[in-house]
Design a protein around this ligand. Structure first.
Ligand code: URA
Length: 203
């Protein structure tokens, strides 16, 4: 397990030096990811905003506070999950990520997913859903569905910033997080039936 943490730390350092797209020029720092390692649930957002760029941590601004509350209400404490973004640098003025920025940054996210090894991924917003699925999707069509990405269950949902705009997205996000929790419980049961604790090394 320490090996996984070391590889994640080394990836964090590599990301910290990244100049694969021009976004490095405007960053205060890269925003790599935060949370439990390994984690059963990993949330993927779009890109750091103003506060994240300053603090070096994903989802610490208003959208992040709302996300923390919605997670807790769904029975998923923030401390139990891992959170990262598709882009590790803040786009100027919080504009949408450009395709070439996503292409440059996505290998970092894919490696993070491998290392964190979640059973369930939640894509927060259309940009995360598209990046993880590798195809264009409409978030209102795919939200709340159990899809698959990177060999894992994926639940796309709205970005918490949409809920801050009072569009009623908060209820949908809550519902989708509860779906993700249900999937976690299902996969946990499946694992405990298939693999007795001795084989997993869990005593
Ligand atoms: N929005 C995101 O997509 N990610 C963050 O970290 C903050 C806001």
């Amino acid at each position: 397990m320490n090996q996984v943490r070391e590889r994640l730390e080394s990836l964090r350092r590599e990301v910290g030096r990244c100049r694969k797209c021009p976004l490095w020029q405007g960053r205060t720092q890269t925003v790599f990811g935060v949370g439990r390692v390994p984690a059963d649930l990993m949330l993927v957002g779009e890109a750091p905003g103003f506060h994240e760029d300053r603090m070096g941590e994903p989802f610490v601004g208003a959208a992040g506070q709302l996300l923390t509350r919605l997670l807790a209400e769904a029975g998923l404490p923030r401390t139990e999950v891992y959170i990262a973004n598709v882009l590790k640098c803040r786009p100027p003025g919080n504009r949408d990520p450009l395709p070439e920025e996503v292409e440059a940054c996505l290998p970092y996210l894919k490696e993070q997913v491998e290392l964190v090894n979640p059973r369930v991924l939640v894509a927060l917003g259309v940009h995360a859903a598209r990046a993880l699925l590798g195809r264009p999707v409409s978030i209102s069509r795919v939200r709340g569905q159990r899809l698959e990405a990177l060999g894992r269950a994926l639940v796309p949902t709205y970005h918490p910033a949409a809920a801050l705009r009072g569009t009623g997205a908060a209820e949908a996000i809550g519902e989708d997080l509860r779906l993700a929790r249900g999937l976690l419980e299902e996969t946990r049961k499946a694992v405990s039936v298939l693999d007795p604790p001795e084989q997993l090394g869990l005593f």
